[in-house]
Write a protein that binds this ligand. Structure first.
Ligand code: HEC
Ligand code: HEC
Length: 237
């Protein structure tokens, strides 16, 4: 669970947020409050089945998530409490910091239960081909064939903890997590059966990014559905 030092480092973080962060030298060193749950280099915390990694995700994506916690488009007590008084400039700085770090994940160590070969096939089919019958594009059509993401708004999926992915799909379905409209992930999440989400989440948690692949450059491919977090969304069908 939470380290005992957490309240102290969080207090230190809030104090920092109140000053002008830009003026601080070694900004990254001050993000100890975040390291307790997201890892010293944003890689996630070993043994945690839930906290997502942050390193190497697109800055635009991370900024939108931080703003989402602050403004109520995403709900999580711990995160909301941390960013509730932060201004956009400070959130941009945090987002830029983590985006610049080398993508790291805890790979297959999230302790996810093994998949049967039938469930693995279901997961791989949805990730690589989607489900045209239900209007679900392949995850890879938006998150990249290597699932390393797409600048500026689509995050990598490799190595996310299974429980975290399952919870995010639940949040989109229940209207607790909202992306910029049109909210393409809400649309995707609604069309996939819960047991298939579980298979995908387990499969994703077992993938790693050994070569440190970064998100593809903006515009290098066009997602099959419009997403509000991508600037060319209006051009997509
Ligand atoms: C007490 C644990 C805890 C601390 C400390 C913490 N986080 Fe989080 N963070 C979480 C949890 C849990 C989530 C996932 C919330 C959810 O389910 O939506 C999260 C999610 C996030 C996300 C969204 C990730 C994504 O891929 O969508 C970002 C960005 C983030 N945190 C940044 C930070 C930053 C920056 C700090 C330090 C200021 C911080 N967190 C401190 C627990 C924590
Ligand atoms: C039409 C494009 C599109 C498709 C198809 C798509 N995604 Fe996404 N995905 C996005 C975008 C855009 C975001 C960022 C959402 C936001 O800003 O809230 C996202 C975010 C996510 C996240 C959040 C990651 C995090 O760190 O919190 C997960 C998990 C996810 N997608 C899983 C999937 C899976 C699994 C599939 C396939 C079943 C899929 N996505 C298909 C565009 C897509």
């Amino acid at each position: 669970m939470m380290p005992n030092r957490l309240p102290i480092i969080i207090a230190a973080f809030l104090a920092l947020a109140a000053t002008t962060a830009a003026a601080q030298a070694g900004f990254g060193e001050h993000l100890a409050a975040c390291a307790a749950c997201h890892g010293e280099h944003g890689e996630g915390v070993r043994g945690s089945e839930y906290y997502p990694h942050l390193a190497g995700k697109p800055a635009g994506y991370l900024f939108e998530q931080l703003k989402g916690f602050r403004d109520g488009r995403r709900t999580n007590t711990q995160m909301t409490w941390l960013v509730q008084f932060a201004d956009d400039r400070f959130l941009h700085e945090i987002a830029d910091h983590y985006a610049a770090l080398a993508p790291r994940t805890r790979a297959a160590d999230t302790g996810a239960a093994a998949l049967t070969s039938a469930r693995r096939k279901v997961a791989e089919t949805l990730v690589e081909h989607g489900d045209p019958g239900r209007g679900v594009p392949a995850c890879s059509e938006c998150h990249g064939t290597n699932l390393a993401g797409l600048e500026p708004g689509v995050p990598a999926l490799v190595g996310l903890p299974a429980d975290y992915v399952i919870a995010q799909f639940g949040s989109w379905r229940e209207g607790i997590r909202h992306g910029a409209p049109p909210d393409c992930m809400h649309d995707v999440a609604e069309r996939i059966a819960p047991e298939d989400i579980r298979a995908i989440a387990t499969w994703l948690s077992q993938q790693s990014n050994p070569d440190g692949a970064r998100p593809a450059p903006a515009g290098s491919f066009v997602p099959p559905k419009a997403c509000g977090s991508l600037p060319h969304a209006e051009n997509a069908p």
